[in-house]
Design a protein around this ligand. Structure first.
Ligand SMILES: Nc1nc2c(ncn2[C@@H]2O[C@H](COP(=O)(O)OP(=O)(O)OP(=O)(O)O)[C@@H](O)[C@H]2O)c(=O)[nH]1
Ligand SMILES: [Mg+2]
Length: 328
């Protein structure tokens, strides 16, 4: 891979602070770069931007594949930038894009109005360097330093990505597909408990009666869940992103949550807890990364354990000492 043309730290920083999208894009590529030669500059840039982060409203938009996340982001995002003059960054955590790089193209066609809007910025998080937690957090910090005041993180509700997303966002928005059956769609209780707001998608045409039914069922189900710390059961709304229905109500509801949370001091408390949580999420990444190098160096130790000359307890102690000694 040819070495990329890099700017100086201050050139990146000033470009980002001025909201220069070209420089922001280059900076985001830098923080996701896997080239060892980019590491120092990348770390320095994140440090430089971190004090300027934290001013946006952060939303996660999640739900099973095909539920309508991208289409809703297009409709809600366009409403926010056009009607409410917000500045929106969309970060798509998409395992598919890690494999093929193809799906963001699909998303860009689904988010056409947004993709070309001067106050919106759409970007996939590849997780190539340091994993998805590292990429998403680094992107969030840089986008906030660039002055975006609304961040949408799109993620499919599977695996590790929703836990990371929960740790990154203020408001967790779970999308639900109007289904055929009476039963709740086998959604994991865990993900329902993470949600602050449930949105039944595709409430139009033939699906409208099913959407109404889903709304009733989920409203009842949410009342049986433990109450979130802010004291009321998650609301359940119905939208049609394709027909642009319920989008204004959704936006207003989201804003009402934020207002309520701010008044209660909940938002401030949540952010503090998340900042601490990030340290340990990132630590896990660092650990996983170094574990590979460790194992290469630990063949002899592994052999001693197999031959029962050293216990796994002593070997683990040696491993932690080795990791602590291996610096940054
Ligand atoms: N009828 C109807 N169809 C919708 C609506 N929103 C999305 N769809 C359709 O549902 C399909 C999936 O929509 P997407 O927005 O790509 O869903 P997604 O959740 O982003 O999908 P992945 O990113 O692949 O997980 C598309 O064919 C959309 O046209 C809606 O409001 N009404
Ligand atoms: Mg999508």
């Amino acid at each position: 891979m040819p070495l990329k043309q890099r700017l100086s730290l201050e050139a990146y920083f000033e470009g980002i602070r001025k909201g220069d999208r070209r420089i922001l894009s280059k900076a985001l590529s830098l923080v996701e770069s896997t080239l060892p030669s980019d590491r120092e500059l990348s770390k320095a840039l994140i440090e430089r931007c971190y004090p300027y982060s934290g001013k946006a409203q952060r939303l996660v938009i999640t739900g099973t594949p095909g539920v309508g996340k991208s289409t809703l982001i297009e409709a809600l995002g366009y409403y926010a930038v056009e009607q409410k003059k917000r500045r929106l960054a969309v970060i798509a955590i998409d395992p598919k894009s890690q494999r093929s790089g193809g799906s963001i193209l699909g998303d860009k066609t689904r988010m056409q109005r947004l993709a070309f809007h001067p106050n919106a910025y759409i970007r996939p998080a590849s997780g190539n360097y340091g994993g998805i937690a590292h990429s998403t957090l680094a992107m969030l910090i840089l986008c906030e330093a660039a002055g975006f005041d609304l961040i949408f993180i799109e993620t499919i509700g599977v695996g590790q990505s929703e836990t990371i997303a929960r740790a990154l966002c203020d408001l967790f928005l779970l999308l639900i597909q109007p289904g055929g059956g009476d039963e709740l769609q086998g959604l994991k209780r865990g993900i329902m408990e993470m949600a602050d707001l449930l949105v039944i998608t595709k409430a139009d045409g033939e699906l409208l009666p099913l959407a109404r039914k889903a709304k009733t069922q989920y409203s009842q189900a949410m009342r049986l869940m433990p109450l979130p710390p802010y004291g009321f059961a998650p609301k359940v709304l119905m939208v049609s992103a394709l027909q642009n229905q319920g989008i204004d109500t959704l936006y207003d509801t989201i804003q009402a949550y934020f207002q309520h949370w701010k008044q209660q001091g909940y938002l401030q408390q949540l952010r503090k807890e998340q900042q601490i949580q990030w340290i340990y999420l990132l630590l896990q990444n660092l650990f996983e990364e170094r574990r590979n190098t460790l194992q290469k160096n630990f063949k002899e130790i592994e052999k001693q354990v197999i031959e029962q000359r050293l216990s796994p307890f002593a070997a683990a102690e040696k491993a932690i000492q080795w990791l602590m000694g291996c610096g940054s």
